[in-house]
Design a protein around this ligand. Sequence first.
Ligand code: AMP
Ligand code: ZN
Length: 113
Amino acid sequence: MPDCLFCKIIAREIPSQLIHEDSQCVVFKDIQPQAPTHVLIVPKKHVSGLSACSDEDKPLLGHLQRVAAFVAEEAGIASGYRLLTNNGRSAGQSVDHLHYHLLGGRPMNWPPG
Ligand code: AMP
Ligand code: ZN
């Protein structure tokens, strides 16, 4: 396993506020929330980001989106939320383990910064 923050969270070596877990992913609250609901949807498989995914990851990527919709429903934000991934430093990626941000509970501006 690489020296990876999210791999350590998945392995319970670092605590998190976990709200969902299944065979393929975990969902936990972002430590610096940018909206009333801000959670991270993180595959258990270590892959550095979306650009590092391959065709074999298509089912996993689909699963992450389905989990996002489920979590949004459970959180009561299904009528309006944003799902995004930052790919690369210039896009704001700070943790090199693929993750999707699910944000909601406030109006979302467009375009994003
Ligand atoms: P990104 O900048 O897109 O790579 O997103 C990484 C996210 O991880 C940021 O929103 C951070 O606030 C969040 N984060 C960093 N450390 C932790 C942690 N220990 N537990 C939960 N979220 C974290
Ligand atoms: Zn990792």
